[in-house]
Design a protein around this ligand. Structure first.
Ligand code: AMP
Ligand code: MG
Length: 489
């Protein structure tokens, strides 16, 4: 049988930033989800054909003889406070493999037992959060948002204890890398400039090879990360996604979304929405995400000061110039995505006001974020009533529609074509909170994967309306108790 051709470039180049350690074997593992299409993209067809081998490998029960599993070291600002000693406390990187497109990808088990970084934790993941990450990360991928991917979700057969007694789960995560802002903070905290330099060089060669030879490549590297992150947060904002725990250890250098702990999609539009039970001050509320983007990147900038210029003041000046660009760069991405959401391909100065006015009415009328955009296109193909009903027939919305239609008429494209293009960027089906909860409850506590599989299938095709699937597009039923999410750690 062919073994996975694992590389260990991180260990080879950044040994001081990880600790080699093996996953713990799982008691009686069972494969609940396996992503065949991702396995094919990764050139791992042999795992599809050999389910026993696949289960053994991804549950930590088999370790290939040449493989060198490890846990990464990193620090991080958690809710604004610096924690120097984090690191993978319940995850093992099996290694890297080259996918079919020639890109190096990390394969990591999460929930695979204790590591030197576990501190007081048990090194396990509860099954609910594992399935949640599987579902939401794959949904984000289909929605075109850069994200880590999910290759497998395994039931370990063991009990774990969190808010309530549950079962253990192991997630196999595939990522462009697991480098985080927190990795740089870890290297920097020891004032070991060569470690920061090695990390920056590795990050550049892995994610931004095109800048390796430019003048001051470290400054260009910082600008490239800022650009990727700005684009990522703009895509979250335009889809109503709230990450929930934007700590610097959860922000990747690649610009992929990572760590789907307490994340959730917003129902009724309210910029101050917070779902996470631990985010008591709303630091990571929906509307704070763009400001936190800059805050986090400022922490990255601090670690790069010694690399940019011998003169510290000059370094700070250069990095500050890049930091000041984040907001306009973010706004450009956001505006361009929002324009597509309301069917505009030409650019007019007044577009930003048009979009801001729509958001204001959405907030006033508490309309569902996803459906507001999705139903707008119906008014271009003869059905204005559906969207008007959603907006409670508000006169202010009618006024907005008149201005919008006038603006649409300047596009020089038929309304049918504009409606079709809008439906390609405004999903009808997103992971609705109550549907996610229903599916997880059945999977974890009733041993029934059917609701999960059904929801997963619906989310694989989010843009095409299918009769009979109304319950998947309906907003979560109004509840007196606001929806809360938990890290599940
Ligand atoms: P997360 O909430 O997944 O971003 O984790 C934050 C930090 O806590 C990381 O260093 C994790 O490795 C660590 N951690 C979370 N859960 C556990 C656990 N059950 N056992 C050990 N470490 C954990
Ligand atoms: Mg994390």
């Amino acid at each position: 049988m062919p073994e996975m051709d694992l590389k260990h470039t991180f260990i080879d180049k950044l040994h001081a930033l990880c600790q080699e350690c093996n996953p713990s074997p799982a008691l009686s593992p069972k494969m609940l989800m396996f992503n065949e299409s991702l396995a094919r993209d990764m050139g791992l067809e042999y795992l599809i054909q050999n389910s026993n081998e696949c289960l053994d490998l991804l549950s930590g029960n088999k370790i290939y003889k040449d493989s060198r599993p490890m846990a990464m070291a990193y620090s991080g600002h958690q809710f604004g406070h610096f924690n120097p000693q984090l690191g993978d406390g319940r995850a093992h990187l099996l290694g890297e493999i080259i996918d079919k497109e020639g890109n190096l990808k990390d394969i990591q088990l999460k929930g695979s037992g204790r590591t030197p970084f576990s501190r007081r934790g048990d090194g396990k993941s509860a099954l609910g959060p594992v399935l949640r990450e599987y579902l939401i990360s794959e949904s984000m991928h289909v929605l075109g948002i850069p994200t880590t991917r999910s290759l497998a979700a395994i039931h370990t057969g063991e009990k774990v204890f969190r808010e309530e007694e549950s079962f253990g789960g192991i997630m196999t995560r595939v990522a462009s890398s697991h480098l985080r802002i927190g990795s740089f903070e870890y290297a920097y905290k020891n004032k070991d400039i060569s470690m920061v330099k090695d990390l920056a060089d590795y990050s550049i060669s892995r994610h931004y090879p095109e800048i390796a030879s430019v003048d001051n490549s470290y400054l260009a590297f910082f600008a490239a990360v800022c650009n990727q992150q700005a684009s990522l947060i703009a895509s979250w904002m335009t889809i109503g996604f709230i990450h929930g725990v934007m700590n610097t250890d959860n922000m990747t250098i690649s610009g992929e979304t990572i760590d789907y702990g307490p994340c959730a999609f917003m129902d009724a539009y309210n910029p101050s929405t917070v779902f996470s039970s631990i985010d008591v001050n709303g630091r990571y509320a929906y509307s704070n995400q763009p400001a936190i983007l800059t805050w986090n990147l400022t922490r990255l900038a601090e670690t790069l000061i010694p690399l940019i210029n011998k003169d510290k003041d000059e370094s700070i000046k250069l990095l500050t110039e890049v930091l000041q660009l984040i907001k306009p760069v973010y706004t450009n991405y956001w505006l361009s995505m929002m324009r597509s959401k309301i069917g505009l391909s030409k650019e007019e100065r007044s577009d930003i006001e048009l979009i801001a006015n729509l958001l204001e009415i959405m907030e006033e009328e508490k309309t569902d974020f996803t459906l507001s955009f999705r139903f707008l296109s119906k008014s271009l193909i003869g059905d204005s009533q559906t969207v008007r009903t959603l907006f409670n027939n508000s006169r202010r919305f009618d006024g907005w529609m008149m201005i919008w239609k006038e603006r649409i008429s300047q596009e020089g494209i038929t309304e049918e074509k504009i409606a079709a293009s809008m439906d390609k960027v405004n999903p009808l089906y997103i992971p609705r909170n109550y549907k996610v909860e229903e599916a997880l409850k059945a999977a974890v506590f009733e041993n029934n994967m059917e609701p999960f599989n059904k929801l997963y299938d619906v989310l694989q095709n989010p843009y095409q309306e299918i009769n009979g699937l109304e319950s998947f597009s309906d907003p979560s039923p109004e509840s007196k108790i606001p929806y809360k999410t938990f890290c599940g750690t």
